[in-house]
Design a protein around this ligand. Structure first.
Ligand code: FAD
Length: 274
């Protein structure tokens, strides 16, 4: 029997189609100009960057941001990319950890016109790339995709959902997204629009602390049985992407395995924390 420690974590199991975008990082660091900043949730900001020399990125990849203090001290953190494709425009969404070193600066201090150093794109395995309308093979070779997000872990999964819609890809996509309250939903309008626009994308929200008025279930963390009810069944052999805090990812992944999902079909990205 598999466990969460045997989850696929490298490119050797990758089954994604050929990349339309160059995804290998160029050496060194790029200069990114902040072209837009807005408050995404009460604790998070969305940053839109124009990155000099950016080679484009696939949905699900991340980059490193390096901040340098006047005395030369540097701090580097990874951030998933909410956008994808060949453009030099890169979208990030950063949640503020109040006692953190880097995230409070990115969320509260960064302004339009500021320059940041970024390195990437990074990550070859936690990616999804569209296969166009060929995805709906009657032979059933194409596997549905289940996305499972906790909090800011939605960032790379949103990039995948957007890439899916932009390509008019008919692979069945389903997203299960756990957030504290309705105010904490990242990309809320875009996600609702994606779900409304296509039968191939379904969005399921779980609220852990406060629900919208009239919500059918009380707030609470997602548990094993609720997870089983909300994800594409193991019998349909979905490719599953799970992203969020380390604790969230490991709990969800171990439940998925208990529910019969193949460990090699579960791709995970851990943001840290517990
Ligand atoms: C591949 C990857 C992609 C990521 N993408 C994103 C993203 O899109 N958006 C985003 O907001 N963050 C993302 N992160 C997390 C990010 O890299 C930082 O860890 C986060 O912003 C905290 O940095 P900090 O310097 O503010 O906190 P630190 O000074 O590093 O840590 C402060 C305290 O918070 C704890 N901590 C660190 N990270 C987390 C966490 N994620 N959750 C809870 N507690 C934590 C530390 O243990 C420490 O106690 C990603 C991480 C990885 C590895």
């Amino acid at each position: 029997m598999s466990d969460a420690s045997s989850l696929a974590t490298d490119a050797s199991e990758a089954a994604t189609p050929a990349a339309p975008v160059r995804t290998v990082p160029r050496a060194g660091w790029h200069t990114a100009t902040v072209v837009a900043v807005h408050r995404e949730t009460p604790t998070a900001s969305r940053l839109e960057l124009d990155v000099d020399g950016w080679p484009g990125n696939a949905a699900g990849q991340h980059l490193d941001v390096r901040l340098t203090a006047p005395d030369g001290y540097t701090a580097t953190r990874s951030y998933s990319i909410a956008s994808s494709g060949p453009s030099s425009r890169v979208v990030l969404a950063v949640d503020k950890l109040p006692d953190g070193e880097v995230s409070p600066f990115l969320v509260d201090e960064v302004r339009t016109g500021d320059l940041l150093e970024v390195h990437g794109p990074l990550g070859a395995f936690f990616v999804w790339e569209p296969d166009g309308r060929r995805s709906l093979s009657p032979a059933g070779r194409v596997r549905p995709v289940q996305l499972v997000a906790g909090g800011s872990g939605v960032v790379p999964l949103f990039a995948m959902a957007q890439a899916h819609a932009a390509a008019d890809d008919l692979t069945p996509f389903r997203m299960l997204y756990s957030v504290r309250t309705p105010d904490d939903v990242y990309f809320a309008d875009e996600l609702m629009a994606l779900a409304a626009a296509s039968d191939a994308f379904r969005l399921d929200l779980v609220y852990t602390r406060r629900t919208p008025d009239g919500w059918p279930t009380p707030p609470g963390r997602i548990m094993r049985e609720a997870l089983a009810a909300a994800v594409i069944p193991a019998a349909d052999r979905p490719l599953v992407y799970v992203c969020g805090s380390t604790g969230f990812v490991e709990q969800v992944a171990s439940w998925l395995i208990e529910l019969g999902h193949d460990a090699q079909s579960i791709r995970t990205e851990r943001f840290g924390g517990t």
